[in-house]
Design a protein around this ligand. Structure first.
Ligand SMILES: [Zn+2]
Length: 369
């Protein structure tokens, strides 16, 4: 066995690729890798994340559903600071990394059962699942909060997915998407281990594009935790495989409104706002189901968390755009956090740094005077 899917809490193994939580205790599942990452296994002429196909053994090469995701540019920004342009993925966000592994592994089983896939999302993941389902010839039903931005909604609909708007909290949207219905297969990106696992590829790419000399720090926006957990798992795999010597310091970046991980890490009490009104509208998980796992894995890896205010996000968003990088405000949170740490001298422009720009600015509805 080259990998196992195991419960993050009780350790029970799951044999069904369609499972999204432990059948015994209900806690999140994780993919455990039982093989070493080998540079020689990289398919060098494949310019997508599938150049690492050998590292995703649950997706048969003949079953891969791809739109050319991954292998996004790592661009020098200033001094030793680099930007990883995840906004250039096929549907405009990093989510495509998880969707391609998830649906490559599952689309045949869903099709054989004459089923369709369901997902809950604040926008980007919904668009991604809708696109890859379309590519696989599967029907998708996407559950979204009422306030999801117009451009994201258009995108989901144009991929031919059915959209269900849910009134109430973000957790209610997830509940509706998971509700049992005939032929419905829930592939929710937050809970499904095969989605999170695809994000590992981002760590491989940062390492390969840095000539296997990993940066000192990597800044990631953190909300539901899929990006954070996936990247941590990827770097951990590279260390365990002796491909790199040490983990970079992973910095989880949150908004002051949505910062449960920051508060947990700093041992502070977190009181979420009754309504999230941040311009970083893709970061909405005030009570993320993976919070325990995020905190545990980030601590293990000696990572850090930073919280930024609205004006800092807006400034970072404008500054990036003013230098040609048009990303969504939620992505600018990582750059805002980096700038904050520059000010407090927790980092320096000379340190090798990677900031992930997670989503395109073309989906934003933010209007500036
Ligand atoms: Zn369990």
């Amino acid at each position: 066995m080259k990998y196992e899917i195991r419960c993050s809490t009780c350790g029970r193994t799951s044999l069904d690729l369609l499972s999204f939580k432990c059948s015994s205790c209900g806690q999140p599942l994780e993919v455990k890798l039982d093989f070493a990452f080998e540079k020689s296994a990289i398919l060098k002429r494949n310019y997508s994340l599938w150049r690492y196909a050998k590292s995703f053994p649950y997706a048969k090469e003949s079953d891969i559903i791809t739109l050319g995701e991954g292998w996004t540019p790592l661009v020098k920004f200033q001094n030793n600071t680099y930007l990883k342009l995840e906004n250039l993925n096929p549907t405009g966000s990093f989510k495509d990394r998880g969707t391609t592994t998830l649906l490559s592994a599952l689309h045949k089983s869903v099709k054989n059962a004459e089923g369709y896939v369901s997902e809950d999302s604040s926008g980007n993941a919904g668009a991604s699942v809708a696109a890859y389902a379309a590519r696989a010839g599967l029907k998708a039903k996407i559950y979204v909060p009422e306030n999801v931005s117009g451009p994201k909604l258009n995108q989901i609909r144009l991929y031919n997915a059915e959209v269900v708007k849910v009134h109430g909290e973000r957790s209610k949207v997830a509940f509706e998407a998971q509700k049992t219905e005939k032929n419905k297969f829930y592939v929710g990106h937050i809970l499904h281990p095969l989605f999170r696992d695809g994000i590992r590829s981002l760590a491989y790419e940062i390492a390969e594009q840095s000539d296997w000399q990993v940066p000192e720090r990597v800044y990631l926006p953190a909300s539901a935790g899929t990006l954070l957990l996936g990247v941590l798992s990827g770097f951990k795999h590279l260390v365990a495989s002796s491909v790199i010597e040490t983990m970079p310091e992973i910095v989880a970046c949150q908004t002051s409104q949505v910062s449960p991980l920051y508060h947990r890490l700093k041992k502070l009490r977190y009181t979420p706002p009754t309504k999230v009104e941040s311009i970083a509208d893709a970061l909405v998980s005030v009570n993320p189901p993976l919070l325990d796992l995020m905190a545990e894995r980030l601590k293990e890896a000696k990572g850090d968390a930073v919280m930024v205010e609205e004006d800092e996000i807006l400034n970072a968003f404008r500054e990036l755009a003013g230098k040609g990088f048009y990303v969504e405000p939620s992505s600018a949170v990582a750059y805002a956090a980096y700038k904050k740490q520059l000010k407090t001298k927790q980092t320096s422009k000379e340190d090798n740094t990677v900031i992930a720009l997670t989503g395109t600015g073309l989906k934003t509805t933010l209007k500036l005077n």
